[in-house]
Design a protein around this ligand. Structure first.
Ligand SMILES: C[S@@+](CC[C@H](N)C(=O)[O-])C[C@H]1O[C@@H](n2cnc3c(N)ncnc32)[C@H](O)[C@@H]1O
Length: 295
């Protein structure tokens, strides 16, 4: 349970970095795509504590019905609480019952439903024919190609637009260390490790999603970048500790593994003396049925 709360903290703490990173010109195209509709139905998959929904709901004009698919139910109360806090802060009326919450603002009605389940079984969880846009933020790099196909197939068959943000691409530290390339590539290998569900796509996730989607839809994409600055100590620590834990899980040579704690310590020394910067690049992807502006 404590681990899950730690993960929720991580999701909430990365929110400002994700918001800043989002490719704003692609985001404008997504908002334009939805603009003609008075009521929009949105499906946020791998929704976590609801950051993707919270970020976009204010920017989309018109009434919105959000469906959040998440396999980890411990996030449900955290998500509902975030919506309540949003409504209370703005002095909007809100009503909650079980998995749902409704908010009335002076200009629009918002409803949110938190649905427990796997995004791999989408068609069993929601009526896809009423959905205008499927969204996911930072979800797919641990999925295999087969899983991504399983997820995407009903979506493209139903002719639904997709907006998938923060798909890992690459990272680099400044100042550089002679062992950065070694440990960054090992971390990326760890992302792409074989799992029971197949080999995860890791840094190939963006190109794979784009290649699959462009067979069926028109796609647009752009880079979204986390800029972790010298003063973002907590974020540096999160990311270094993920690497510190992940890399030794790989079957790697003893002499390389003994260099890891020293490399991590050099990074931590730079963090604590406010000298380390990290750039993490991602792909944001928007795709929509070619001949169709849905209304
Ligand atoms: C890195 S988090 C991102 C959460 C959220 N989208 C955000 O931007 O904060 C990835 C999320 O995907 C969820 N997830 C992973 N596999 C899933 C699956 N098969 N079905 C539903 N959710 C899944 C995880 O539980 C986790 O909440």
């Amino acid at each position: 349970m404590e681990e899950q709360n730690d993960y929720a903290n991580w999701l909430n703490d990365r929110y400002p970095f994700d918001s800043e990173a989002r490719n704003k010109s692609l985001e404008a195209k997504v908002l334009d795509y939805l603009k003609p509709k008075e009521v929009v139905h949105l499906l946020d998959v791998g929704a976590g504590t609801g950051s993707n929904t919270l970020y976009l709901m204010d920017k989309i004009k018109g009434d919105q019905h959000w469906y959040l698919i998440e396999q980890d139910t411990s996030f449900k109360p955290i998500f509902l609480r975030r919506i309540e806090d949003f409504a209370t802060f703005h002095k909007y009326e809100w009503q909650a019952s079980n998995n749902k919450i409704q908010v009335t603002t002076p200009t629009k009605e918002l409803s949110f439903e938190f649905i427990e389940g796997s995004l791999l079984e989408l068609a069993q969880l929601v009526r896809l024919d009423k959905i205008d846009l499927v969204l996911a933020n930072a979800v797919f790099d641990l999925f295999s190609k087969e899983q991504l196909q399983q997820f995407l197939n009903p979506i493209v068959q139903a002719g639904i637009a997709c907006y998938f943000t923060l798909n890992y691409k690459s990272q680099s530290f400044h100042p550089e260390d002679p062992f950065d390339n070694t440990f960054i590539s090992l971390y990326e290998d760890h992302m792409e490790r074989p799992q029971a569900t197949g080999q995860a796509t890791g840094k190939q996730v963006g190109p794979y999603l784009a290649t699959y989607l462009e067979t069926f839809q028109t796609i647009e994409q752009g880079i979204s970048t986390w800029q972790i600055q010298k003063e973002d100590i907590k974020m540096h620590y999160y990311l270094l500790s993920y690497m510190e834990r992940a890399i030794p899980e790989l079957p790697i040579q003893e002499e390389v593994i003994t260099l890891l704690p020293k490399w991590i310590q050099r990074k931590k020394d730079l963090v604590i003396t406010r000298q380390l910067e990290l750039t993490v690049q991602h792909w944001d992807i928007f795709s929509y049925p070619s001949n169709l502006i849905k209304d």
